[in-house]
Design a protein around this ligand. Structure first.
Ligand SMILES: [Zn+2]
Length: 282
């Protein structure tokens, strides 16, 4: 009868007392680790060590864990993930991974069309707003210069950043993957670039914001929206040479700084024009 010998061996084993087992037998009878195969797509591979990138990643485990925990144990923050397929079916983060599962993990900003299947993320944020971790002060200035609502405080703790991101529905930008592993973070992005100007370009590209640039609408220092003001009101706060030719001024309601067409250096204005020109044709 098929399976008889296997059953017989197990029954025999169960009939013996524990101290009768040799070490070799015990090692044979220890629970074999289960194994699941993971495949990460596109830029999710940036989080994996080079030897695991763009291939099948085998993950062994004794105790089953959730999809979210397993993905993060391999180094990929869950906020970077938009879709998980387990054995070809859409799965949420809480599903337990079982022996033999094949798990395909897709990034948030993958361009392939995955709309027909369930996504893990809540709806995309309609108006992109950001909260930046404490090391990204220069990036905060650039994003505000481009007109994006950007919260930055150089003494905020990780927990504060996570709270602000969740409560104010802001995309958390960071170079620290650990921050993105907080389960409260639903919209986060790990910056690949290290230079702040390139980081701003990366954000515009990843979030498809080239059409949303609004230069001269937000204070670079305190993030307050700028309001229009008159030449008479800004007298004394703007160089005489500027007053001679410029008639339109904007003022920050927070700190009183005055901005005008050309208040950003020529190099920056050209950079903004080039960024706007990267918008794909409709
Ligand atoms: Zn200001």
């Amino acid at each position: 009868m098929p399976g008889r010998s296997e059953c017989g061996a197990r029954c025999l084993a169960e009939g013996r007392r524990e101290r009768d087992y040799t070490e070799a037998e015990a090692s044979i009878m220890a629970p074999a680790p289960a194994c699941a195969c993971f495949r990460f797509y596109a830029e999710l591979n940036d989080h994996l060590p080079p030897r695991l990138q763009y291939g099948m990643v085998e993950k062994q485990f004794i105790v089953p864990a959730s999809v979210k925990d397993m993905i993060e144990s391999l180094g990929v923050p869950h906020t970077e993930v938009d879709l998980v397929l387990v054995n070809g079916e859409s799965s949420d983060f809480s599903r337990l991974v079982r022996n033999g599962d094949r798990v395909a993990v897709y990034p948030v900003f993958e361009s392939i069309d995955i709309t027909p299947v369930l996504r893990l993320r809540p709806q995309p944020l309609r108006e992109p707003k950001f909260v930046l971790d404490v090391h990204l002060g220069r990036l905060a200035g650039y994003l505000r210069m481009l007109g994006f609502d950007t919260v930055y405080a150089n003494r905020a703790s990780d927990l504060e950043l996570v709270r602000i991101s969740a409560e104010e529905r802001r995309i958390l930008l960071t170079r620290d993957r650990g921050v993105l592993k907080h389960s409260a973070v639903t919209h986060g992005y790990w910056l690949r670039e290290t230079d702040s100007c390139r980081q701003a370009e990366e954000v515009v590209r990843r979030f498809d914001l080239a059409r949303s640039l609004r230069p001269l609408t937000r204070c670079m220092v305190c993030n307050e929206p700028l309001r229009e003001t008159s030449k008479a009101e800004v007298g004394g706060r703007v160089p005489q040479g500027i007053l001679a030719w410029c008639n339109e001024f904007r003022e920050c309601a927070g700190c009183g700084r005055v901005y005008w067409e050309g208040s950003h250096p020529r190099r920056m204005r050209r950079w903004i024009e080039q960024l706007a020109a990267t918008a794909p044709a409709l």
